[in-house]
Design a protein around this ligand. Structure first.
Ligand SMILES: C[S@@+](CC[C@H](N)C(=O)[O-])C[C@H]1O[C@@H](n2cnc3c(N)ncnc32)[C@H](O)[C@@H]1O
Length: 379
């Protein structure tokens, strides 16, 4: 394993590797994606990598599309991949070009219609517990109205606005991998929805971008068969963290309300979900099974990242150590080691933060590093 001397502290990046700064950034804040990093982080990496027009970048775990939206802003061609239909949907809506007059027209129509009760009886207990009856009835009503919009781009825009509004009036709190219910008063859904649409349209009017080709694909980073060899100049990404966030459970409510056709429990393409590990990359370390599964999947993704990168392409990976009751698994060092084995040269590993990790929410296990690996394809 690489030794600790390669680690360089970078505490000024602690916030940048989180989604928090995006909460104030138009369009980036159209959906609160807890696992995301910030626009400012991507801009920093663009700077370090000297990303300029004519280059093409990839984010194979694009989440809510932070890398892609910055690429669009700066006129850089980019492609994003994510295994989550929710993440791909959010990213698509953020990246699309809209006719503002058309959005205003549809918005006016939506609020002209008289309220009609829609059936909410079949929803799960969790979704029912997450909203007041009135909020849930309003959501169901607007969902039905939005379904009637013919243009899929406009329909998706209003669906995201409704999803965002639903989150604002929800009693559900995403707490690590769990959802907690905390009842509190909130304004009527209809009022929130109207304000959010207004804000989103205003954001679009203000957003300045140079023309570039930016797309997002629903796919698996372990098998990027739809991308060609040596296509990308830079990769900026953050794979899921080991043992930390379970991407399907915390978004259960969004899936039930807005993507009822997706079977949440069957999303097996997620990194680390398959514990039938054939190739343990570190047999000598006797890692917990979840860590073996995770690193084996990350290894496959790194092989694909190498294949689609040009020789000399720059790669930035945001990674966190994984916490287990009896130990911390140093994922940053292990993934850097895997990358070296495959054909990358590690330039630096910046340690942005050391976050306290607990067991059963109260017992401190230790501190886990959140790091940024900067490397390049060498062969
Ligand atoms: C840390 S998040 C990325 C957040 C992103 N940087 C942003 O700012 O929104 C990791 C993402 O990896 C996705 N993911 C998990 N397994 C995947 C796989 N096998 N292929 C592609 N994406 C995957 C998850 O759905 C999640 O959106």
């Amino acid at each position: 394993m690489l030794d600790l001397s390669i680690l360089e502290p970078k505490p000024e990046w602690a916030k940048l590797v989180t989604f928090i700064p995006n909460k104030k950034v138009p369009i980036h804040n159209w959906f609160y994606f807890k696992e995301g990093f910030s626009r400012d982080f991507v801009i920093k990496i663009f700077d370090i990598f000297k990303v300029r027009e004519g280059m093409k970048i990839l984010d194979p775990f694009c989440g809510s599309g932070t890398t892609l939206l910055v690429a669009k802003e700066f006129g850089i061609d980019a492609c994003g991949v994510d295994a989550s239909p929710l993440a791909v949907f959010v990213t698509q809506v953020k990246l699309a070009d809209y006719d503002i007059d058309e959005l205003n027209k549809v918005s006016e129509m939506l609020f002209k219609k008289g309220f009609r009760k829609c059936d909410i009886g079949k929803l799960s207990w969790l979704t029912k517990a997450a909203f007041s009856k009135y909020a849930l009835e309003d959501i169901a009503f607007f969902k039905e109205e939005i379904k009637q919009i013919e243009d899929p781009k406009i329909r998706n825009f209003f669906t995201l606005a409704l999803m965002n509004s639903a989150n604002k009036v929800s009693y559900a709190i995403k707490d690590g991998s769990y959802i907690r219910i905390h009842k509190k008063p909130h304004p009527p859904l209809r009022k929130v929805f109207k304000a959010i649409i207004k804000k989103m349209i205003k954001d679009l009017k203000r957003f300045k971008c140079k023309g570039s080709n930016v797309e997002v694909i629903l796919g698996d980073a372990r098998d990027l068969k739809f991308l060609t060899d040596e296509e990308f100049d830079a990769i900026i990404t953050s794979p899921p963290y080991l043992n930390k966030i379970e991407y399907t459970k915390v978004y259960r409510i969004e899936y039930e309300l807005f993507f009822p056709h997706v079977k949440v429990d069957s999303l097996r393409s997620y990194i680390g979900m398959n514990t039938n590990v054939k190739n343990d990359p570190f047999p000598e370390l006797q890692l917990p099974l979840a860590a073996k599964a995770y690193l084996s999947d990350i290894n496959k993704s790194l092989e694909e990242i190498r294949r689609v990168s040009k020789i000399g392409a720059k790669i930035a990976l945001v990674i966190a150590e994984g916490a287990f009751p009896d130990r911390i698994v140093p994922c940053d060092l292990l993934i850097a080691e895997l990358a070296e084995r495959i054909g990358f040269h590690i330039d630096k590993i910046f340690v942005a933060a050391k976050r306290v990790v607990t067991r059963d929410r109260t017992i401190k296990i230790g501190r886990a590093r959140e790091s940024v690996i900067l490397m390049q394809r060498s062969i």
